[in-house]
Design a protein around this ligand. Structure first.
Ligand code: C2E
Ligand code: CA
Ligand code: CA
Ligand code: CA
Length: 273
């Protein structure tokens, strides 16, 4: 737990430091993948539940080895955060996402792309300007971009983080909290964050139709989000039953294998026709 400022923001459930032993071979391989532009972005649709329409896509990084196998993001993202390689990898990913969004928008003019941000990247000087420059250089407007944040972004310097989130929001970006429900201490905490969207973690969706406690949590999050005028995306929807239930509960957006798995741009473009 950590306290900061008057508001006593508390964080549970998370170790503050990555005590990660970095596999040197993996790190070197990842550096090559960055240098040779062999990283990829996959896109997973985000749908408006009541209509089934695709409203956006989340960009998810993929790293494929020469033998064709994929290394899981849960493995290489933490490593890249520990080594700092997440910075160049994220810069590449953000530019690629903007470039790809231009192509998607030829088929779906108001589609938006959601990008995951890491804490290291977020707290770097010039981060705001570099994002703005990149978006402008692709001729996109800021409101076509959603930035997904996790609570690790608020751990290091929450005052700075809140101010920066506000700055992005005022510039037109949609600021979203990712994995909601897993790390945040209290609902009141959300009130202090200038975000306009939250994504309910898959952990609460998985058994939403079986466990009344999970349904109660989802109901609670939805009621609170409504009060605060925050849009909600349910993550990890895998069955029709879950999609129906979440729609009934009043959840507006959803994402998950039931709708589509993350896929390369070309396959996504086929879906958009
Ligand atoms: P996340 O941001 O919470 O992304 C959602 C993850 O859930 C993705 O895993 C996605 O493939 C997976 N998923 C989506 N629908 C379902 C479903 O119905 N069932 C199940 N079981 N899983 C589903 P992925 O692509 O392996 O990424 C894992 C994490 O790695 C992401 O979690 C995110 O925290 C991180 N990550 C991925 N790409 C990037 C990136 O470009 N930058 C940063 N900073 N982090 C990234
Ligand atoms: Ca995410
Ligand atoms: Ca998530
Ligand atoms: Ca996650």
């Amino acid at each position: 737990a950590k306290r900061q400022g008057r508001n006593h923001l508390c964080f549970y459930n998370r170790t503050l430091e990555h005590h990660q032993r970095v596999d040197v071979h993996l790190r070197n391989q990842f550096q090559q993948a960055i240098d040779q532009e062999r990283l990829q972005l996959f896109y997973q649709p985000i749908v408006h539940l009541a209509s089934g329409n695709i409203v956006g896509v989340e960009a998810l990084m993929r790293w494929q080895l020469n033998d064709g196998s994929f290394i899981a993001p849960d493995k290489f993202i933490p490593m890249a955060e520990a080594t700092g390689q997440i910075i160049p990898a994220s810069q590449w990913a953000f530019s690629r996402a903007c470039e790809d969004l231009q192509r998607m928008r030829e088929k779906h003019p108001d589609l938006r792309v959601a990008v995951n941000l890491s804490a290291l990247q977020f707290h770097r000087a010039n981060f705001f300007d570099s994002i703005l420059d990149t978006v402008a250089s692709y001729g996109l407007s800021n409101n076509s971009i959603e930035l997904e944040l996790t609570e690790t972004i608020l751990m290091d310097d929450s005052k700075h983080a809140v101010a920066l989130i506000e700055k992005f929001r005022d510039a037109g970006f949609t600021m979203a909290i990712d994995d909601f429900g897993t790390g945040f201490s209290s609902l009141s905490y959300l009130k202090q964050l200038p975000v306009s969207k939250l994504k309910i973690d898959r952990a609460f969706i998985q058994e939403v139709c079986q466990k009344s406690s999970d349904e109660a949590i989802v109901r609670g999050i939805l009621a609170m989000a409504r009060q605060l005028d925050i849009a909600v995306v349910a993550e990890g929807i895998e069955t029709a039953e879950q999609a129906v239930r979440l729609t009934e509960l009043g959840c507006e957006f959803g994402q998950g294998y039931f709708f589509a798995k993350p896929k390369p741009l070309d396959e996504l473009l086929d879906d958009l026709t």
